[in-house]
Structures are given as structure tokens and as C-alpha cells.
Design a protein around this ligand. Structure first.
Ligand code: SF4
Length: 465
């Protein structure tokens, strides 16, 4: 057994004396024995992995390593390896509740190898990259470039890449979706009708694409960050909202190594390890997101007060961690999170030209017809439902594939006032319910499984059309 903290040559480059090491160790109470014989031997194995190792901090003029994957696009389709062993993550979260961030990070990287990546926002979550470096294991980092970040954040991305000798795998929003949003609603629609729609286009969908190429991800969520949404974040969990490589809810694991760490301890750690930070922090910014939606906070103000300050504090998630939002926070009367001004913040979903939005009379007509011109596939949904949100990507993709094929794809919002009707007439049990209306039959056929990936849905349609 060796102390990981004292074994890495890179760490020696950062801390000059055992006194400093013990000082930092005691601040975080975290640098404990790892379950590996020696961290250096783990580092020497790097060439056998599919990744380049992280360069030591003390290298002069570090050059960026070739990333495990050279461009953001490849995060969507990495090599598919064997499935990771099944694990009871609730039990594991309890076991790791008192573990240090370094131990949690080590466990996550050891378990998932190339199928896990750190989500880096360009703020103090750079601590995750530092912890990953300290494990001596190879690691991947991705970021969402929304197109609306501060110049300081872009510069910081570059600094981090150079400092660690890594390539960040950037994910970008779909140009057509951004264009449609901005052309129809302008550049600042989020001030008028809430940030959810813009965040969905610029952040959530690119994130969903990134996560579909992974089996696990690592976030910088902390319990102390948001009073309304993050107070119960576990150190590891099955992701409650997004799908991973193997498809379906439950196919992605979310690690939150700093869930139990206070913001001030993160800062002590960054300073002690001489980690570069975003210049915006020195201007009073704490939590950092997009430029129009982030502002500095005053001493004593909560950091989340600097984000979407025009909205209700309890709903301050951009959708990246929407599993944090509880149903009662999300649905106030079953219709979505409520703004201070009474409007709803959860915008509609399945919103593309290939999906027809059915009104109540529309779906009643569809029910009555026994000789339709074409078959219809209809999802009964509620925009605040996390399972509906999780299948949005597959359903949108399915609609694209079926465009012009003779099968109509539609949606019917079945919560609120429509719920009783949908339960009685449309076999609604829980959200989402998917129905296929064949060409020559009045009775819709209910999609029978919870596999909501594109291939399964397509197989259902092809079997019945
Ligand atoms: Fe859009 Fe603001 Fe969300 Fe950025 S944070 S994606 S600008 S609403």
C-alpha cells in the first residue's frame, strides 16, 4: 500500500515539503491510502490503455497530448467494450459517503476506464481535473460550448488544456436548432420566458449526445451549491435522467466526487495545488455559466444568486442535472416549475417540425377514425416528466427517420386537465405512454416495454405498419 499523495512525481513537483503535504492533507482530510499497490505502476500502464497520460505539472512548456479521442464528435461513438460489472450504486454511495474526493475519483476512473469522462464547466470544477491527475490514471474531459460563454471562460479552457496537456472534448449545439430558436425568439428570449428552452438547445441536447457515448460521467455538483436542488446529491448514483452507451434509463452512472465538500474547501484545494482558475472568479463570479445568465455575487450572497437571477431559486437547474429536481418542485399543479411571476419554466419538449403536436380535438379525431390514410405513432407526455425528457433524443431521431415514410409521428400533452381523458381513452398509465394507431383499426396499440431507444421504437413501428 502506498500513499497516492506522495507517490506521484507530478505531485512532488507541486508540493515542495512534507510539511506542505500534511497541511493540504489535513485541510481536506482526503489523501488516504488507495486500493492500488502503487500509483506509479498505474501510470506506467497508461500505454496499454486507449489514452495518453496526463503530463506532469512541472513540465516546461507543456504541449497538448493527443486526446483519447481527437475531436468532440468522436465522444458520440467511442469503442464499445464489455459491459461494466453490475453494482448496487445506492449501497456503494453509502460506502463512499465518507471517502475523500480523491478516493471517489480513483474508484470511478478505475471502474469505467475510457467509458467515463469529466464534465468541465470552466469554473471551479477544474478541481475534478486536478483530482483525476492525482490518481495517475488516464482520464477524459468534455465541455459544452454553448456559444454564449464569457471570453474569460474560453481563455480558461485553453489554459487548462495547456496546463494539463489534454484536449478537452467540446460539444456544440445543433446549428439548425440554435438558428430556429434565435430567428423565432431573438437572442435573449430566456429573460422573457425562462432559461429552460435555450438551455435545452444549447446545453441539454449536446450533453445528451455526449453521454450517449459513455457509461459514466463525473460532475462537480456539491450539496452546498443550491438550496433547492442539490442538497441531497449522493457521491455516486445511477443517472436519473440521462441514458448512456447501452441505452435506456439505468445505463449511465453519475459520479459526484465533491458532493460533500464545501465551496471554501474546494478553493483551499485549488490554491494549495496551484491550479489555474477562471479570471472571472477574481471579478466576483462564483458559479460560472453563460455570459448573459451569470453575474457576480456580493460577499455573503449565495453563489446560485448569480445564475438566472430573474427566476425562482428552487428551479435553478439548466437541465444538466435535472434529476435533482423533485416532482413537487417541477410540476406545481402538474404543469411545470413556477416562476416568481407565475409563468412556467419547464418548456415544451419533442419540439421539432417532424413531430405533430396534437390538440385534444386532434387526438379525439384520430381515435374515431377506423380508416386512417396513414398510421400514427403518438407519445402521451408531460414536459416536466424526467422519463419523457430522457426519451426526447430517441423520439426526435425516430421522427427524423420516419419523415416521408408514410408513418406520422405526433405528441399529445396528457398531464393537467387532459390526464383523466388520457387515462380513460388512451390507456395512459404513466408518462411517457407511446401508442401506435394502425391504418385500418380504431384501437391504438400500446408500446409494451420501457426500452425507448430508437432501434426498439423503430422495430415496434415496423412490426405494425
Ligand atoms: Fe441559454 Fe442562458 Fe442557458 Fe446559456 S445559461 S444556454 S444563454 S439560457
Amino acid at each position: 500500500m502506498a500513499l497516492a499523495f506522495s507517490s506521484s512525481p507530478a505531485i512532488h513537483g507541486s508540493l515542495s515539503s512534507s510539511h506542505e503535504q500534511s497541511k493540504v492533507g489535513s485541510q481536506f482530510g482526503s489523501f488516504q491510502h488507495l486500493d492500488r499497490p502503487h500509483i506509479l505502476s498505474a501510470s506506467l500502464n497508461v500505454s496499454r490503455r486507449r489514452s495518453a497520460a496526463v503530463k506532469p505539472l512541472n513540465a516546461a512548456e507543456p504541449k497538448r497530448n493527443k486526446s483519447i479521442v481527437p475531436s468532440a464528435a468522436t465522444i458520440v461513438a467511442p469503442e464499445v467494450g464489455d459491459k461494466v460489472e453490475e453494482e448496487d450504486y445506492e449501497k456503494l454511495a453509502k460506502e463512499l459517503e465518507n471517502a475523500s474526493p480523491l478516493e471517489i475519483m480513483d474508484k470511478a476512473l478505475a471502474k469505467f476506464g475510457n467509458d467515463i469522462a469529466i464534465a468541465f464547466s470552466g469554473a471551479e470544477d477544474v478541481a475534478l481535473i486536478e483530482y483525476a491527475r492525482l490518481t495517475g490514471r488516464p482520464f477524459r474531459v468534455f465541455s459544452l460550448d454553448t456559444g454564449r460563454l464569457n471570453p474569460e471562460t474560453y481563455k480558461f479552457f485553453d489554459t487548462v488544456e495547456r496546463h494539463y496537456g489534454i484536449h478537452i472534448e467540446y460539444m456544440f449545439p445543433d446549428a439548425v436548432e440554435v438558428q430556429a430558436l434565435v430567428r423565432s425568439k431573438g437572442l435573449f428570449s430566456f429573460y422573457e420566458d425562462g432559461h429552460q428552452e435555450c438551455c435545452r438547445v444549447r446545453k441539454v441536447r449536446p450533453l445528451r449526445r455526449a453521454l450517449k457515448g459513455l457509461r459514466a460521467w463525473i460532475t462537480g455538483q456539491r450539496k452546498d451549491q443550491s438550496p433547492g436542488t442539490r442538497s441531497e446529491v449522493p457521491v455516486v448514483q445511477v443517472d436519473p435522467a440521462f441514458e448512456g452507451l447501452d441505452g435506456g434509463l439505468g445505463s449511465l452512472v453519475k459520479w459526484n466526487p465533491v458532493a460533500n465538500v464545501d465551496g471554501k474547501d474546494i478553493w483551499n484545494f485549488l490554491r494549495a495545488m496551484n491550479v489555474p482558475v477562471n479570471l472571472l472568479h477574481s471579478q466576483g463570479y462564483v458559479s460560472i455559466g453563460c455570459e448573459p445568465c451569470t453575474r457576480p455575487v456580493l460577499p455573503g450572497q449565495h453563489e446560485r444568486e448569480g445564475r438566472w437571477w430573474w427566476e425562482d431559486a428552487k428551479a435553478k437547474e439548466c437541465g444538466l442535472h435535472k434529476g435533482n429536481l423533485k416532482q413537487d418542485t417541477l410540476n406545481g399543479n402538474g404543469n411545470g416549475a413556477v416562476h416568481a411571476n407565475g409563468s412556467t419554466t419547464v418548456a415544451d419538449i419533442f419540439d421539432t417540425k417532424n413531430i405533430v403536436s396534437l390538440s385534444r380535438p386532434g387526438i379525439e379525431n384520430l381515435l374515431k377514425l377506423d380508416d386512417r390514410r396513414e398510421p400514427w405513432l403518438v407519445v402521451l407526455y408531460a414536459p416536466w416528466c424526467q422519463f419523457c425528457q430522457a426519451m426526447e433524443g430517441s423520439y426526435v431521431e425516430l421522427a427524423e427517420k420516419l419523415a416521408g415514410s408514410g408513418v406520422k409521428v405526433a405528441k399529445f400533452r396528457a398531464d393537467g386537465d387532459q390526464k383523466t381523458f388520457a387515462q380513460k381513452e388512451l390507456q395512459l398509465g404513466s408518462f411517457p405512454t407511446i401508442l401506435f394507431f394502425p391504418k385500418n383499426s380504431t384501437r391504438p396499440i400500446k408500446y409494451p416495454t420501457e426500452n425507448r431507444d430508437v432501434d426498439s421504437l423503430m422495430a415496434f413501428v415496423n412490426a405494425l405498419r
